[in-house]
Design a protein around this ligand. Structure first.
Ligand SMILES: [Zn+2]
Length: 312
């Protein structure tokens, strides 16, 4: 039986918000079994707890934003992706600010943060969302779909009318129970276009964006001096985002996710479609299916090895 996991101690990190430009302090704290991932927005007057689920996502134009009452927390997708990768089920994330820090634009720094808090098993069975029926959300020629599959496979394609994407691999297929998130996905950074950045800045957004936390392109080329971390870093980052967006469902998905030019909005709409259709999924413990049990065990073994490598 696969057990739920949390972290064994508090850890904090400070960084700037990509859109707000403000310095944010983030503290991860252990969570009790079956309490899930809970963001706590702290301010002078009171604290607001937001437990993740697809329906608290309020704005997806540039990032995934959670909202409850007058409180909001922007850019949750990268830390959610890291929590998925580290198999964390229960954690409290205290945020002093309105946005999760962007750090280097990937999920890698969050993985180090989680690992430094030493993940531990809890005495309760882990739950998974198993897809039972194919569902698709499509708009303006872009789509995302979920369908039954014994594992967690992602098939993601992007398309941009820009010279940087010509002659580049713009599609990736990855099975998260077989391939390593840490090797294949974790280091892929956010990207954007100079013209877009100028427009966003004039609207008070992307204030914290810089070449230290994003790959930026002008009309013709990448303007960062450092090399790409993967030849197809762009599509890999879209996978990183999608994993984080889907983990807002509260449990890991067992199924296949296929996306064409999808982003936070479409990912979230698909997840809402799923959660609103009880015949499309079931919540299971993993020993109910031996094939997946074997895959998840291999995945967990890889996680242990990876932690050990980092911690020595
Ligand atoms: Zn992202």
């Amino acid at each position: 039986m696969i057990r739920q996991k949390t972290i064994s101690k508090n850890v904090s990190i400070k960084g700037i918000g990509l859109h707000s430009g403000e310095t944010v302090k983030l503290t991860l704290k252990p969570g009790k079994p079956d309490t899930g991932i809970v963001f706590v927005r702290k301010n002078k007057k009171r604290n607001c707890e937001i437990k993740v689920n697809p329906f608290v996502v309020s704005d997806t134009k540039l990032c995934s934003t959670l909202k409850k009452d007058e409180f909001k927390i922007m850019t949750v997708e990268h830390i959610m992706s890291a929590l998925y990768a580290c198999a964390i089920d229960n954690v409290v994330i205290e945020v002093l600010g309105t946005e999760i820090p962007i750090l280097d634009g990937s999920s890698n720094p969050f993985i180090y943060l989680i690992q430094s808090a030493i993940p531990v098993e809890q005495d309760v069975d882990k739950k998974f969302i198993r897809i039972k029926k194919a569902l698709k959300f499509e708009v303006d020629g872009k789509f995302a779909m979920l369908e039954p599959y014994e594992g967690f496979k992602i098939d993601f394609s992007i398309e941009f009318p820009h010279p940087v994407f010509a002659n580049r691999n713009n599609q990736i297929v990855i099975d998260l129970y077989k391939d390593s998130y840490f090797d294949e996905i974790a280091r892929a950074r956010t990207f954007g276009f100079m013209q877009e950045v100028e427009f966003l800045r004039s609207n008070g957004l992307a204030k914290g964006g810089s070449l230290d936390n994003a790959i930026v392109m002008d009309e013709y080329k990448i303007i960062n001096n450092d090399r790409l971390r993967y030849e197809d870093e762009f599509v890999r980052h879209k996978v990183l985002d999608a994993i984080g967006d889907l983990y807002l469902g509260g449990h890991p998905i067992i199924g296949k996710f296929t996306a064409f030019k999808s982003g936070h909005e479409i990912n979230n709409q698909l997840l809402r479609l799923l959660m609103n259709d009880k015949s499309a999924y079931e919540i299971i413990n993993i020993d109910q299916d031996q094939t997946i049990f074997d895959q998840v065990n291999i995945h967990n073994q890889k996680l242990e090895n990876n932690f050990n490598e980092v911690m020595v």
